[in-house]
Design a protein around this ligand. Structure first.
Ligand code: ADP
Length: 334
């Protein structure tokens, strides 16, 4: 059984424990029998629980965390054990490892907190400008125009965050139901479409987009999603480049029937310490700069989900001051 089971005598000594119990508590099964539960686990919480079951004589349950090394969470249930004459002679405690569940709960809580925070910033700003307008600024044509413009930009920001959140949740739903629709497409055409979408932003910043892809290259992918992933990568590459720099986009076969797409810029680059967390939702190296550039903090999380929906991966190589290369690997059997 996956649950850990520990039988404890009246003196708190371990009488028996199963393999799962030893594994969950991180102890040796043989060496633990005969020793007290406190000595073996060094957990005051667990000790108090066993005390309660032994002295109270009633079943009990609780959540405890044990942290020898990595912190783990358990839902524990204990029942007293009686002999033939009804005397309490010990207790049996069953351990369910709920660490994974706890982590998922935390991820969900953090996500809700992050979303609320991200939505609150533009909402507060819109409200502030509307109130200022209502309080009199409306009479001043110049001010009114300026404030309405700011409120409209903040509303665009709100809508961009909501669009990205909807895309992420759609991707997650599709992944759960494993229903990614793919067709064989010409990769060069798809990349040209992505470049076209970013042409205006690139021209505005005087960044040159260079495409390198063999005309005959084909791949079995979801074209709309891959186009979106490439647009997100190009959009970042343009945003984090300086005027006059080049952004290259290249695609080639991986030699095993799959496809590798790379987007390379020569912009500001990213310090190594940020790289492991870069694809997390709302993770930004420089929060203020990202906001100023109109980023939602969700672009790379979307790229990662699109790669995963194709059974693929996304990776980044970067050096501060030299630029970054993001590569999307989409295996053959997607
Ligand atoms: P954002 O909307 O902020 O761009 P992303 O999820 O697309 O959000 O990117 C997360 C963060 O990664 C950005 O805030 C930025 O700090 C960093 N980043 C992404 N792409 C690049 C790049 N090409 N060059 C430098 N930094 C980048």
């Amino acid at each position: 059984m996956v649950e850990g089971v520990v039988a404890i005598g009246a003196e708190h000594e371990i009488i028996a424990l199963n393999d799962s119990g030893a594994k969950l508590l991180g102890v040796q099964r043989e060496g633990s029998v005969g020793r007290s539960i406190q000595e073996v686990t060094r957990s005051p919480e667990l000790q108090a629980f066993v005390d309660e079951v032994l002295s109270g004589g009633r079943p009990a349950e609780r959540e405890v965390s044990l942290h020898e090394g990595e912190r783990r969470y358990f839902h524990i249930q204990g029942s007293p054990v009686r002999d033939g004459e009804g005397r309490r002679i010990g207790a049996v405690v069953v351990f369910h490892d709920v660490t994974r569940l706890k982590r998922l709960e935390r991820v969900r809580r953090d996500f809700v907190a992050n979303v609320s925070h991200e939505l609150k910033t533009p909402t507060t700003s819109i409200k502030g400008f509307l109130e200022t307008l209502a309080a009199g600024a409306l009479e001043d044509q110049g001010k009114a125009r300026e404030f309405v413009g700011i409120a409209a930009r903040q509303a665009d920001r709100l809508s961009a965050i909501i669009d990205d959140l909807l895309t992420l949740s759609m991707l997650e739903e599709d992944a759960d139901e494993r229903r990614l629709e793919t067709v064989t497409v010409a990769v060069a055409g798809l990349l040209r479409d992505a470049v076209e979408i970013c042409r205006y932003a690139a021209a505005e910043k005087q960044v040159e987009l260079r495409l390198c892809c063999a005309e005959g290259l084909e791949a079995n992918i979801n074209a709309a999603l891959i186009e979106q992933a490439v647009v997100n990568l190009l959009d970042n590459a343009i945003k984090y480049s300086a005027g006059g720099e080049e952004v290259e986009i290249a695609a080639e076969a991986d030699g095993e029937g799959g496809l590798v797409i790379e987007v390379r810029d020569h912009g500001c680059g990213i310090e190594e310490k940020h790289l492991p967390r870069l694809f997390e939702r709302f993770y930004r190296v420089d929060r203020a700069r990202s906001r100023k550039l109109g980023g939602t903090g969700l672009g790379l999380a979307i790229v990662k989900h699109i790669a995963q929906a194709h059974g693929g991966t996304v990776a980044v190589r970067s050096r501060p001051g030299e630029g970054s290369t993001f590569s999307l690997h989409l295996p053959a059997a997607c």
